[in-house]
Ligand binder design. Structure first.
Ligand code: MEV
Length: 316
């Protein structure tokens, strides 16, 4: 039996502008998806469920299914049609602390933890680069289009500059996450921004350039652990995200509630429209900010940035 875990991620700066090649900074957080692979005496790939094990189903578990398919050429997996053979199979169990569909990279964390668990279980010795690449391919197969950022951060952890995917000196910071619990479609938001940019190219191109400049400027301050300036830059970034139409009433309420309670900086993380916001805080203000976000109607939880990517948790 093998259990691996992989982290979720936030954007400190630069979402949306990164779609146009500008710099962004993403960071792993210490909330993780845990995936266990164990041997079962049934010739099938199964999923552990509340009512017992069920056969892996592409519609119900698209990411796990695509990750398992990646392994078919690499390892001695049970056949797709379990009735046609005898022998043993595997059961996969998932426990994720990362809210689904909220911009924190939950599908990537599950995908990367699954690939690593299969890798260790079958002894295929994939490199971290291969795990990140396969993870990105899995996401593309399931979603059509996927940015490689989430799978890269889930694999390697830490602070990552995008689009060149360079790991920066770690930024160890406490963060409060506020979740609006409103689903948002990344595809739709990216397409809305593209139409806005087509209608007002001179205006929006400059905003994208400025968001990129904020991220580039931010590199210096995150690596120097200058929380005050990072917070200030996050607030400027938030204003520009609002200006390109990816904010929402609920997100603004959580952003301002966190600032009122003393957050050094707060902004949307991910595509916006709903999903989550992040607040950078001093230790002394963490609970105050978390409570203030709750009072404003969001779910909130305190986490930290994390330098740890995918890892083996348990092996028996
Ligand atoms: C979504 O998490 C971040 C976006 O910049 C899209 C992307 O980078 O693929 C909005």
């Amino acid at each position: 039996m093998i259990t691996c875990s992989a982290p979720g991620k936030i954007f400190l700066f630069g979402e949306h502008a990164v779609v146009y090649g500008k710099t962004a900074i993403a960071c792993a957080i210490d909330i993780r998806a845990h995936v266990t692979v164990e041997e079962v005496h049934v010739p099938a790939v199964q999923m552990k469920g509340p009512g017992g094990n069920v056969d892996l189903n592409q519609r119900k578990h698209p990411y796990i299914y695509a990750a398992v398919e990646k392994f078919r050429n690499l390892a001695d997996l049970p056949p797709e049609n379990p009735t046609s053979a005898s022998g043993s199979g595997i059961c996969i169990d998932i426990h994720s602390e990362i809210p689904v569909g909220s911009g924190l990279g939950s599908s990537s964390a599950v995908t990367i933890a699954t690939l690593k668990s299969l890798d260790v279980f079958y002894g295929t010795h994939l490199s971290p680069d291969e795990i990140a690449r396969f993870g990105h391919q899995v996401e593309e197969e399931v979603q059509g289009r996927a940015s490689p950022t989430d799978t890269f951060v889930s694999t390697f952890g830490g602070l990552v500059r995008i689009p060149d995917r360079v790991k920066l000196d770690f930024f160890d910071a406490p963060i409060v996450i506020g979740n609006t619990r409103k689903f948002s479609s990344t595809r739709k938001l990216v397409s809305n921004v593209a139409s806005l940019k087509e209608r007002h190219p001179q205006v929006i191109n400059q905003i994208m350039d400025t968001i990129g400049t904020i991220a580039e400027t931010g590199v210096k301050y995150v690596t120097a652990n200058d929380f005050t300036t990072v917070g200030e830059l996050m607030n400027i970034n938030q204003g520009l995200l609002d200006s390109i139409g990816v904010g929402s009433f609920e997100l603004s309420e959580l952003v301002y509630a966190s600032r009122k309670a003393g957050a050094l900086g707060s902004k949307i993380t991910g595509a916006g429209g709903g999903g989550c916001m992040i607040a950078l805080c001093e230790h002394k203000n963490l609970s105050r900010v978390a409570h203030s976000i709750k009072r404003a109607g969001g779910d909130s939880f305190i986490c930290r940035t994390s330098n740890s990517g995918v890892r083996v948790e348990k092996e028996k």
